[in-house]
Ligand binder design. Structure first.
Ligand SMILES: Nc1nc2c(c(=O)[nH]1)N[C@H]1C(S)=C(S)[C@@H](COP(=O)(O)O)O[C@H]1N2
Ligand SMILES: [Mo]
Length: 511
């Protein structure tokens, strides 16, 4: 037989390729919804890509896209798949082999990604396997129909069969995809949060003293509302957990291993502390710093029940999404800094993006090395034995927050109508406290700003200073000094490996 199979038209070939990949994605998502939503091959590949991203590129992504970095990654993956699928279709105009090979390769990528995810069990591999099988089957099935349609020549029945097959596949993809979404949405996170919020209602929130911020002059409000609180994490999809299903294991270098439920935590001594969190990725003048009232259990009380052994120097916490953070035992147990396992944020259950049902908050340590969200495990270990998530990727092992100040008002390059200007902003030196903030206007002498009321040493402190300026362009620089007498360094360094330094400078004009 040397009869050549007919050549598929380019559009039909593209449709076959794209629908094959679409079916693979939808089936993968649906099966994953039954096993573990994170075993969706698309998400697993995306999450693995995030884990493998070199630090400078990740830093660039956070700087450029901010909180949208993940949306950009997902969109990029989508476009890549669309183009690859269409190209595979076109390459398969003679025979289905090239497209089949691509479907198998993409499927295997999903399998490998699921197998290497630290938080997935091997059973989770059923999702990418089902996805691979569906992709290959749909691709080959449609390819056969398209070939027949073409061989039919003037007869229309073959064409109709291909058209119906394609439409059927589109509907199938839609239904499968929607089914997957519905199944994932079936976890009633909001219902669970509502119950937790209700339980927290009886816990009094500390009131912020009047005069703790200069919000009317342009600083942030002292407490950051939950929906304004900065968000930084590696999770492509926010883990959907219920407090009722949550458990925490405390183990490693302890006298007694603990296995706690959410009810166990709520039965312990709950306290509320006002704490300012800061991200190591915050550039000088950057937005990744926020303050909240966190309600939870003091870690030193919780760990006392487990009994920390003397040779432990690291508290390694890990999350359901395969993240981990490590803080020094000395900081976590320090009675002057109230490290906590938090379940509440500003009087409500933690929002899902901020770690519901439980997270850690350790004052004075950058979030990456302390503030694990969607917490599931605390291991007492040593820095020598175990490395937290960001350490092999280039960040420092110990990460005390550096003393810094930021100008919020005026904004960079703002033009103000009047020479009567209030320069205002924030400064932070968690665990120490801010002693003074100085401003230098247009190269003049350093002058002290007025400080707002102190709330505690774990939080930021607001400042402001009134100027009467001539019309023109102005440059203002700020610098903070903490309670230990340390004045923040002028040396500009970027966030890697353990936090940015430098004086925030703003250029603005008055008329
Ligand atoms: N599970 C998990 N927890 C995490 C992270 C993460 O990527 N995954 N990021 C950490 C970092 S880098 C910071 S700065 C804080 C930010 O907490 P927020 O998003 O509630 O502000 O969470 C920490 N906890
Ligand atoms: Mo961070």
């Amino acid at each position: 037989m040397n009869q050549r199979s007919p050549l598929l038209p380019v559009t039909a070939a593209m449709v076959v390729g794209v629908l094959g990949v679409g079916a693979a994605l939808a089936v993968g998502d649906l099966v994953a919804a039954f096993v573990d939503p994170e075993s969706s091959p698309f998400l697993a590949v995306g999450n693995t890509a995030i884990d493998l991203t070199p630090l400078p590129l990740k830093d660039f992504a956070v700087r450029t896209f901010g909180t949208y970095d993940k949306l950009v990654l997902l969109a990029g993956m989508g476009v890549f798949l669309l183009v690859a699928a269409a190209a595979a279709g076109v390459l398969s105009r003679h025979r289905p082999l090239p497209g089949t090979v691509l479907a198998v390769l993409l499927g295997l990528l999903g399998v490998v990604a699921v197998l290497v995810r630290p938080n997935l069990t091997p059973v989770a591999v059923v999702a990418p396997v089902a996805s691979l099988v569906a992709g290959v089957a749909v691709f080959r099935g449609l390819h056969r129909l398209a070939g027949r349609a073409d061989a039919d020549g003037p007869s229309r029945s073959g064409r109709r069969a291909f058209l119906l097959g394609s439409l059927g596949t589109v509907v199938g993809i839609g239904l499968t995809g929607a089914g997957g979404r519905l199944l994932v949405g079936r976890v009633d996170v909001e219902g669970s949060r509502a119950k937790v919020t209700q339980m927290l209602a009886e816990h009094q929130q500390p009131t912020v003293p009047t005069g703790a911020d200069f919000a009317s002059d342009g600083t942030p409000t002292f407490l950051t509302p939950n929906d304004k609180f900065y968000r930084v994490d590696t999770a492509l999809s926010v883990p959907q957990l219920r407090a009722e299903d949550w458990t925490l294991r405390v183990h490693g270098l302890v006298e007694r291993e603990l296995n706690l439920t959410f009810a166990d935590i709520m039965a312990m001594n709950l306290v509320t502390r006002t704490i300012t969190m800061t991200c190591v990725s915050n550039e000088v003048g950057g937005p990744y710093v926020s303050t909240a009232n966190f309600t939870g259990v003091l870690l030193r009380e919780l760990l006392a029940e487990a009994g920390v052994k003397a040779d432990a120097d690291q508290v390694l916490s890990s999350s359901v999404d395969g993240y981990s953070a490590g803080s020094p035992v000395s900081s976590v147990l320090d009675p002057r800094r109230d490290a906590m396992l938090a379940v509440g944020m500003n009087g409500q259950a933690l929002p899902p993006e901020h770690g519901f049902p439980a997270r850690l908050v350790v004052p004075g340590i950058y979030g990456y090395a302390s503030a694990t969200k969607w917490l599931k495990d605390i291991e007492l270990t040593t820095f020598a034995a175990k490395k937290q998530y960001w350490v092999p990727r280039g960040y420092g092992e110990r990460a005390p927050i550096k003393t810094e100040a930021r100008i919020d008002m005026p904004q960079g390059l703002q033009s103000l109508p009047d020479g009567k200007v209030v320069v205002a902003g924030i400064a932070w030196a968690q665990t120490k406290g801010i002693a003074k903030v100085e401003l230098q206007m247009d190269g003049g002498p350093w002058q002290e700003a007025d400080l707002a009321v102190t709330v505690n040493a774990e939080t930021w402190r607001m400042w402001r200073k009134v100027y009467d300026l001539k019309p023109g362009t102005h440059t203002v620089i700020c610098r903070a000094t903490d309670i230990t007498g340390y004045t923040q360094t002028r040396d500009r360094v970027g966030p890697i490996p353990d936090g940015a330094t430098g004086w925030h400078t703003i250029l603005f004009t008055t008329s």
